[in-house]
Design a protein. Structure first.
Length: 355
């Protein structure tokens, strides 16, 4: 489960825009330089020390530089040719950024959350990483924390020339990345919905103390899903309204479709949150009903022993003259009376449907 806030104490007192080695930067990174247009496609890896030359709008086709790992040297090496401000590079390396979009003048800077399910100790655990995009008129820079096969289908379509990817510009490529990112939210939401349904049935039949912990875990997942999707709605709406030179008019129908998908996820997430809130009440009600059943049985048992205790108490008194004590059959008669009393009371309780 991702942390609510990541530690930033190591950056206290440092100048704004300072890039520091992080846990992600210590991992082996990868950088790909992809260029394509309607006529062709090329892809090559970039080494750690290899620099990127950029000729701006004179570059033909679309350039996509996909970077995995947040090494400060790599970020600085890409920031210089594309004119990225140090604060933008710092936002790229700070992976707990809120999903947002910033207009940098000749480019747009976007951040979004990649959510995925991982198996840990036999349970599905939600993992999150930050995706940062710098979108220019004919280029796209993408930054991920770790290697992921998420965008491999997009690269494969660009290689084969299938779809409209190579016929469109960099703005369409950015849309493809956001679209596949949003599509991966749906399996997470479906997984959450299935677990809610299973737990709801369990709560109605046999609730246990572990169920309350499961409810809290799912509420936390729904919170992170909402935290990732809600601001993404505003980002996509801003892209659709963009009247600059980066977002073309032909992309707007695709952005509207993406916006509709995000609204569906938001509605489903809110429904899950409402269901989980109601399940806490269902859990407490089930526990209360179980306690009431136990108390009812104990009350009936106690009630059955009230007349028996009375009879035993009367004939257990130490009075000298008690005629019944001298009867020959007083002992079996007492048992018969007590048995008949119990039978009568049980039949009376059943007639009243008290158990």
């Amino acid at each position: 489960m991702p942390r609510l806030l990541k530690k930033r104490g190591h950056k206290v007192g440092l100048p704004p825009g300072t890039l520091l080695p992080s846990q992600q930067s210590e991992l082996p990174g990868r950088c790909r330089l992809i260029k394509y247009d309607q006529a062709g496609f090329s892809e090559k890896p970039l080494s750690q020390d290899e620099t990127v030359s950029w000729e701006g709008t004179e570059e033909r086709g679309t350039t996509w530089i996909q970077t995995v790992g947040l090494d400060p040297r790599r970020l600085s090496g890409l920031g210089e040719p594309f004119g990225l401000h140090p604060l933008v590079l710092e936002d790229i390396q700070t992976t707990d950024q809120r999903t947002k979009m910033e207009d940098l003048g000749d480019s747009l800077f976007l951040t979004a959350k990649i959510l995925s399910l991982a198996q840990e100790h036999g349970k599905s655990v939600l993992q999150a990483e930050q995706l940062s995009l710098v979108l220019g008129s004919n280029y796209l820079l993408s930054f991920q924390e770790r290697e992921s096969p998420l965008f491999e289908p997009i690269r494969e379509r660009l290689r084969s020339g299938k779809g409209k990817g190579r016929q469109m510009g960099s703005d369409f490529l950015a849309y493809l990345l956001l679209d596949i990112l949003v599509d991966h939210y749906f399996p997470i939401l479906e997984n959450l919905g299935d677990r809610i349904e299973e737990l709801e049935l369990k709560l109605a039949q046999n609730p246990s103390s572990s169920d309350l912990r499961s409810i809290e875990e799912m509420k936390r997942e729904a919170f992170y899903l909402r935290k990732a999707v809600w601001p993404l709605r505003d980002v996509v709406a801003s892209l659709e309204r963009d009247e600059g030179h980066i977002i073309t008019a032909g992309l707007r129908p695709y952005l509207r479709d993406l916006y509709d998908h995000i609204i569906q996820i938001i509605d489903a997430t809110e429904m899950c949150r409402d269901l989980l809130s109601g399940m806490v009440d269902l859990y407490m009600s089930s526990i209360s009903n179980r306690l009431n059943q136990v108390m009812k049985v104990l009350t009936i048992i106690s009630t059955l022993f009230i007349p028996l205790t009375f009879l035993v108490g009367v004939y257990g008194m130490n009075f000298r003259y008690m005629p019944e004590l001298d009867w020959k059959y007083s002992y079996p008669i007492l048992w018969v009376v007590m048995g008949a009393t119990v039978i009568f009371m049980i039949r009376f309780f059943k007639k009243k449907r008290w158990f």
